[in-house]
Design a binder for this molecule. Structure first.
Ligand SMILES: *[C@@H]1O[C@H](CO)[C@@H](O)[C@H](O)[C@H]1NC(C)=O
Ligand SMILES: *[C@@H]1O[C@H](CO)[C@@H](O)[C@H](O)[C@H]1NC(C)=O
Ligand SMILES: *[C@@H]1O[C@H](CO)[C@@H](O)[C@H](O)[C@H]1NC(C)=O
Ligand SMILES: *[C@@H]1O[C@H](CO)[C@@H](O)[C@H](O)[C@H]1NC(C)=O
Ligand SMILES: *[C@@H]1O[C@H](CO)[C@@H](O)[C@H](O)[C@H]1NC(C)=O
Ligand SMILES: *[C@@H]1O[C@H](CO)[C@@H](O)[C@H](O)[C@H]1NC(C)=O
Ligand SMILES: *[C@@H]1O[C@H](CO)[C@@H](O)[C@H](O)[C@H]1NC(C)=O
Length: 530
């Protein structure tokens, strides 16, 4: 019988071999293509993080050189190496009634008040800027200047704290001061002081001063160890005072309320403890902000706007630093979880500025909008925090931040910071630079007594008002002033008596110095902090 299968001939075998070989080649090629595509679609490792270009950006280094000058414009006391030709010595008798020397420090704004609460905050923000971006400042030779400006405030703060539970928090009487329009150099009005003490406590101002001194102790650690140590001692004592005698300073001393009315002190306690942790690496301060008071004080999950009154957002970003880069001490699970909560809240703040409205409110020109008074403060403060946070992400190789299902890279966060800085520098519907002395089109009628009166004018308290009334631009340049800023409709009225928009503050300049020093060059490594 015929077999159903028969052995193949040699030529048949060759044919089958050929077909099989072709099939294997085709399948292999297909596999390689699929494999390649697969790897392009689903990376098995994170692609390199987009980073800002290297090199110094002229625009921001120019802006930095201008903005640090405002601290010179605002100096009280016997000036040293003064570079502002229309400024001279002033406030030399400040504190004399109390047998202390409160001659140094900075005038707050367009007047000649020394308000301790915002002055200390200016120092804290300036110190933070130096700690994060000191190397950037050094690249454009501004580091020494920034450090000297900081020291002019901390010298004052040291003298303002003559014993453990006493802190002088104000020099000058705002009612008297505001009834005059004169140069600080020629002023003869009485300048009374106000202190807080155990009967009239002020945890907010004491803790803010502690934060400033703790941060500054880090700035001066390497160059002047004994000064740094002295700052740290004061900071720890002031923190204990703030913590042991709880109270809102503007409730203890109600006359304060018309100016820097404080909405509470728990934010300053956390902020000061966070700085003290960085300055001492003492576990106690981590315990303070986590297990002891985190739940009650920190408002986790509810980001707020960083300002002279509210330090929570700054605290969240500053404590994210610990979460990003680790710490020296061992931590408990609860401490770890609480530090996570700070970082999550900082991330929520980033999402608030990054996501489209209505998560935040912006002017048509793109400026973050929170409040009509000193409108720029909130924009530049949140831009500074965003920049710092994005640099923490770059340095720790953290590629993404998730916001409501959207994915943001650190470059996106940096772009937000740039958008706010550029708005201030003139990229806005008015084409106006809100940094005085930068660009060609900046405010000429800044609300500032010293800048508005010619050096050789013989003015006294009342007749000086003719310089407020004058329709001519200021004779002196308040260089580095960051004015209050525009309306919600992006317009600005350049008028000397428009204090809502045209008055600068020292903390605006501190935020802006931090912001532009971060942008001077790229930050791949946060090295300078400690
Ligand atoms: C405590 O501070 C209040 C408010 O500044 C002040 O009136 C009072 O004299 C101070 N107490 C002492 C003992 O100096
Ligand atoms: C100061 O702030 C407190 C608490 O926020 C508030 O009750 C008070 O009315 C404020 N005072 C003024 C003058 O605005
Ligand atoms: C600002 O500059 C742009 C472009 O140069 C110009 O179109 C616009 O009219 C300017 N706006 C004002 C208010 O000057
Ligand atoms: C300044 O004005 C006062 C009176 O207002 C006068 O006594 C004084 O001599 C004047 N000083 C100068 C330098 O003109
Ligand atoms: C300045 O203007 C105000 C309001 O118009 C007026 O009351 C005051 O007399 C003027 N002062 C001087 C010194 O010109
Ligand atoms: C912009 O807003 C301010 C304050 O609300 C208002 O006074 C001004 O008239 C507005 N300007 C324009 C051009 O709409
Ligand atoms: C300046 O503004 C204040 C407050 O709005 C007002 O009381 C004062 O009369 C104004 N002064 C002048 C000279 O316009």
């Amino acid at each position: 019988m015929e077999p159903k299968t028969k052995s193949r001939s040699d030529s048949e075998w060759h044919w089958w071999l050929l077909v099989t070989a072709i099939a294997i080649l085709v399948a292999g090629a297909a596999f390689v293509t699929i494999w390649k595509n697969f790897h392009e679609l689903v990376p098995n490792k994170v692609p390199p993080i987009r980073r800002p270009p290297d090199g110094v950006t002229q625009k921001y280094s120019d802006a930095l050189r201008v903005s640090t000058r405002f601290f010179d414009v605002q100096k009280s006391g016997k000036l040293v190496n003064n570079q502002i030709e229309w400024r001279g010595d002033s406030g030399l008798e400040d504190g004399k009634d109390e047998n202390i020397d409160l001659s140094k420090g900075l005038y707050d704004a367009g007047d000649h008040m020394k308000f301790g609460f915002p002055m200390a905050f200016t120092a804290t923000v300036l110190a933070w800027s130096i700690l994060e971006y000191g190397q950037h400042m050094e690249e454009v030779k501004e580091l020494k200047h920034a450090q000297e400006s900081l020291k002019w405030i901390t010298d004052y703060l040291i003298n303002a704290h003559p014993s453990d539970n006493v802190l002088y928090i104000q020099v000058g009487d705002p009612d008297t001061d505001h009834k005059c329009w004169e140069r600080p150099e020629t002023s003869t009005e009485k300048r009374p002081t106000i202190q807080i003490n155990t009967s009239y406590p002020g945890s907010d101002v004491a803790a803010e001063t502690a934060a400033a001194m703790a941060a500054a102790s880090l700035v001066f650690k390497n160059q002047d160890a004994s000064y740094s140590k002295s700052l740290l001692d004061h900071a720890q004592k002031l923190f204990d005072f703030a913590n042991s005698y709880p109270g809102v300073y503007s409730k203890s001393i109600p006359v304060i309320q018309d100016y820097y009315n404080s909405s509470g002190f728990v934010d300053e306690l956390l902020w000061a403890a966070s700085w003290l942790y960085h300055a001492t690496r003492d576990r106690y301060y981590i315990d303070y902000v986590t297990v002891m008071h985190g739940n009650a004080f920190a408002s986790w999950g509810n980001p707020t706007w960083f300002s002279w009154d509210d330090k929570l957002a700054g605290t969240q970003v500053l404590l994210s630093r610990v979460n990003f880069f680790g710490m020296d001490t061992e931590m408990s699970i609860v401490e770890n979880m609480n530090l996570q909560m700070y970082r999550r809240t900082a991330e929520a703040l980033m999402c608030t500025v990054l996501l489209p409205p209505p998560t935040n409110k912006k002017t048509n020109g793109g400026l973050i909008w929170v409040n009509e008074w000193d409108s720029l403060q909130y924009a530049i403060a949140s831009a500074f925090l965003s920049l710092v946070f994005s640099d923490y992400m770059f340095t720790s190789n953290t590629p993404y931040l998730y916001c409501n299902g959207k994915l943001y890279e650190p470059m996106d966060i940096r772009a937000f910071a740039i958008s706010q800085a550029d708005y201030v520098l003139g990229n806005n519907p008015m084409n106006m630079s809100y940094l005085v002395g930068y660009g060609l089109n900046y405010p000429r009628y800044v609300h500032h007594r010293g800048a508005s009166i010619p050096v050789d004018a013989n003015t006294s308290c009342h007749n000086g008002f003719k310089w407020l009334n004058s329709t001519k631009p200021n004779p002196n340049l308040a260089i580095g002033a960051v004015v209050g800023g525009p309306f919600l409709n992006d317009t600005y009225i350049d008028s000397r008596n428009n204090s809502m928009q045209a008055e600068p503050t020292t903390y605006n300049s501190a935020f802006f110095v931090g912001l532009v020093s971060g942008l001077v060059t790229s930050s791949s490594v946060v090295r300078s902090f400690t």
